[in-house]
Design a protein around this ligand. Structure first.
Ligand code: ATP
Length: 331
């Protein structure tokens, strides 16, 4: 059981700028008074009256804390401490200063498929770890995938926000309809019992967005989006996917499966040829493509080229602004 310290958080930490906000409070940069080290303080308002709509149940915060304590991994935000006052709980978290994954991509001219693979690998490593512990995140989306800092190469991924996460107990049937329409799996919408496979659906959606800048199921309204998910209404629009490798599309298709049991697990994803494709192999492919372009011989594309074409980017069809616009109109 997690220890919620009754002391005043401000006796130990100087409260700084707001880093972000969620439904139940703010995340602020905080500075530890003894060491001078920076952390992120997640300030969560606690519901005082059971029937009130303001604030969170203390039990939900306890669950988030318990899960964070159980998932110590390089690709998951670390929890340092928890303080509790009458009206709020403050989680002291590792400061993740590189911003959201999608801001990083939006700032770049283009995203190479090799870079997408690197990001996905780290996300999957974190997921494999939590799924092995029978924990599902249930709120995977670009806003909850951050970069540890702006300098590491390749950037280091951190999964955040375990507010909807759930730890499964043996034989337990768990249902929930929470989540963000664009990313939730069909079984969430149809109120079926859930498993870690619901996260794998979200991974399929995130990969689709990473490679195209488009959100596969997004409609004009949440209802329309949910309807598209239930109807499995998505396609690889040729304009945005013409240069995406068949392996990447296969990876997405094996995640966007209606039956949760048919979806790849995180473990299986890490063994998928697209994820295993090495930098060396990609750069050899790129050289071949470049050579072919130089020779102006485009009449008979070979399979190897098709697999790696996406590394010769189509910046015209995947501008950062498109990525942002599409995502910002979502949640
Ligand atoms: P929601 O209501 O959307 O589920 P939440 O209240 O659970 O949100 P988080 O998603 O954990 O809060 O955090 C809100 C925002 O604060 C994040 O999108 C991110 O921008 C920022 N943030 C969260 N944790 C950290 C961290 N450890 N370091 C830096 N920024 C963070």
């Amino acid at each position: 059981m997690a220890v919620f310290k009754p002391e005043n958080v401000e006796d130990f930490y100087e409260i700084g700028e707001v880093l972000g906000s969620g439904h139940f409070g703010q995340v602020r940069q905080v500075r530890e008074r003894t060491s001078g080290k920076f952390w992120a303080g997640k300030f969560l308002k606690i519901r005082k009256v059971a029937c009130s709509r303001l604030g969170l149940d203390r039990s939900s915060v306890e669950r988030e804390v318990e899960i964070l304590q159980a998932v110590q991994h390089p690709n998951i935000v670390a929890l340092k401490d928890v303080f509790e006052s009458r009206a709020e709980v403050v989680l002291i978290l590792e400061l993740v200063s590189g911003g959201e994954l999608f801001d990083f991509i939006a700032e770049k001219e283009n995203l190479l498929e090799t870079e997408a693979i690197e990001f996905m690998k780290q996300i999957l490593e974190g997921l494999r770890f939590i799924h092995c512990k029978n924990i599902a995140h249930f709120d995977l989306k670009p806003e909850n995938i951050m970069l540890s800092d702006k300098v590491s190469k390749p950037p280091n991924i951190k999964l955040i926000d375990f507010g909807l996460a759930h730890m499964f107990h043996p034989g337990e049937e768990y249902k929930s309809t929470s989540g963000t329409p664009q990313y939730i799996a069909p079984e969430v919408i149809s109120c079926q019992p859930l498993s870690t496979a619901a996260d794998m659906w979200s991974i399929g959606v995130i990969t689709y967005i990473l490679l195209s800048g488009l959100s596969p199921f997004q409609g004009d309204t949440d209802e329309e989006t949910l309807g598209n998910v239930i109807a499995m209404k998505y396609e690889f629009n040729e304009h945005y996917f013409s240069l995406t490798s068949p392996m990447a599309k296969d990876f997405i298709q094996k995640l966007l499966m209606k039956n949760p049991e048919d979806r790849m697990t995180a473990e299986e994803c890490l063994l998928h040829p697209w994820i295993k494709m090495s930098y060396n192999m990609v750069s050899v492919c790129n050289r071949l493509v470049n050579l072919r372009l130089l020779c102006k011989d485009t009449s008979s594309p070979d399979p190897l080229q098709r697999q790696c074409e996406s590394d010769v980017e189509d910046t015209e069809s995947k501008p950062a602004s498109l990525l942002r616009r599409r995502l910002s109109s979502s949640s």
